[in-house]
Design a protein around this ligand. Structure first.
Ligand code: TYD
Ligand code: MG
Length: 459
């Protein structure tokens, strides 16, 4: 009898150790190690279909020029936002992981996909909800589905593969990888080794049959996809579904994509009848106001390939306590502190004893550095209590010495601002090269130093 081998795994990051450890050397968490059985004997090698040996095929090296290239066939869904995030549609045989907080709408999004692709045989496997619950939800989304959608409530991968062999679906959706368990592994569903094993089996299934598989994954308290980090390496695409549960807008973001750009983003609105695509995001991200307010500015940012105008709100007030508070929603706090330091040191604003709060409207999270100038202007506008003129927007990065830096895709940003009726845009002087200023109706202000911006804005 083969000896059963065990090892200890960190439940937080998947780090493997031969002995129990109190603190994980990889993610520094305490008390996360759990003993698990590892089955590495070749006899027990689990496979999604044990009858077909996968090891008999031997691959030979091929010259890169001689490899036949076929444009990968993509399944284009009726959901344009999803297509965009996936890089143009669902690639055959791809394994896609969708992560998100509970209640954000992962099941709704996937069920909607399963119901709306015309004439496609789709298997929706749920380990979380009953058939009746799913039916109820399907009724709300689309009472007469156009696809051939089957619901299976099952958690054993072996049983799922049995049903897949009978049904032969063209697309498989697994509602939560954390609820599945494989008979090859002893540990409980949701544990690191189970999640790893079930994903490996589904990966083999996807690649061997060229069937795309979507996995829904839970995320942990700190926003990571639960289960081992290795999960993200195994799958082809990782999507994150995010947003504030109290807001109606949801953002689907590609974090990793082997078949497209990883910075793409889709926006949805949660309605009573499921998720609606938002095709013109700038309009919803700008609040409808008539008069200018202090501390509010608009930045022309890019999310992936798409220009987006985003409203930033800042509130600067005298701190009632000794230590001022700094908090940012939707923006990196470290970067905000850097901007505050630049404003203090280079422009002489006394912000050291002030509370500073920043908020990006619409529950968005922005990483594009082009929002820097807009943020700095919002902070100063609130500090001085002088509104930034209406119909002015910004697109530039700020360097440590207060210089205004160029940003990418400036033409697209300017065009979007012009399209939405802005009359003035502040950009870096270094962005001017190759830019035909006469082409635009919008007035383009090019600046090199942060002080210039403030003297132009506030006099
Ligand atoms: P759900 O899709 O179950 O989220 P997850 O799978 O990520 O946990 O949840 C969605 C929430 O959306 C739930 O609180 C109810 C709400 N909802 C709507 O507002 N409209 C709808 O049409 C549906 C189906 C759900
Ligand atoms: Mg769910």
């Amino acid at each position: 009898m083969a000896k059963i081998k065990t090892a200890y795994f960190c439940q937080s990051c998947g780090f493997e150790s031969a002995k129990w450890l109190g603190k994980c050397p990889s993610c520094q968490q305490w008390n996360t190690f759990v003993e698990e059985v590892i089955d590495k004997g070749p006899k027990n090698a689990p496979d999604w279909k044990t009858s077909t040996p996968t090891t008999s095929r031997v691959n030979k090296p091929a010259k890169v020029q001689e490899i036949a290239y076929t444009e990968d066939h993509r399944l284009v869904t009726p959901d344009k936002e999803l297509n965009r995030v996936l890089g143009g549609g669902i690639v055959g045989g791809s394994l896609v992981l969708i992560g998100g907080e509970p209640g954000i709408g992962k099941s709704t999004l996937m069920l909607q996909v399963a119901l709306t692709i015309p004439k496609l045989k789709i298997l929706y496997v749920s380990g979380e909800e009953s058939e009746q619950q799913i039916k109820l939800r399907a009724e709300r989304i689309l009472p007469n589905p156009v696809s051939d959608c089957y619901i299976l409530t099952e958690t054993s991968t072996q049983n799922i593969f049995k049903q897949i062999e009978i049904l032969e679906p063209s697309l498989v959706i697994i509602d939560s990888i954390q609820t599945l368990h494989s008979a090859h592994i002893e540990s409980t569903p949701g544990s690191v080794s189970q999640v790893k094993e079930c994903t490996a089996e589904l990966l083999r299934f996807a690649k061997e049959t060229n069937t795309p598989v979507f996995l829904i994954g839970h995320i942990t308290k700190d926003g990571m996809i639960a289960g081992p980090k290795i999960l993200e390496h195994m799958v082809d695409t990782v999507l994150q579904f995010e947003g504030d549960r109290h807001h109606v807008y949801r953002i689907l973001r590609a974090i990793k994509n082997r078949f497209g750009a990883a910075s793409e983003l889709g926006i949805y609105e949660m309605q009573g009848s499921g998720l609606r695509e938002v095709s013109n995001p700038s309009e919803i991200l700008l609040s409808q106001r008539e008069e200018p307010l202090s501390g509010v500015t608009i930045s022309a940012t890019m999310e992936g390939m798409r220009p987006m105008l985003i409203e930033t709100q800042a509130l600067v007030s005298t701190s009632p306590y000794g230590t001022p508070q700094r908090s940012a929603t939707g923006f990196d706090t470290k970067r905000m502190n850097m901007l505050l330091a630049v404003l203090e040191k280079r422009c002489g604003f006394r912000l050291g004893a002030k509370d500073v709060f920043l908020n990006i409207a619409g529950g968005m999270r922005v990483e594009d550095p082009s929002i820097d100038l807009g943020l700095a202007a919002a902070i100063i506008s609130s500090h001085e209590d002088m509104p930034v003129p209406y119909k002015v927007c910004f697109a530039a990065e700020i360097g440590l010495s207060g210089e205004i830096r160029a940003v990418t895709r400036i033409e697209q940003r300017i065009a979007e601002a012009e399209k939405l009726g802005f009359e003035q845009i502040f950009i870096s002087r270094y962005n001017k090269k190759g830019l035909d200023l006469s082409k635009y109706k919008i007035e383009i202000k090019t600046v090199a130093k942060i002080e210039e911006v403030f003297s132009l804005l506030f006099g």
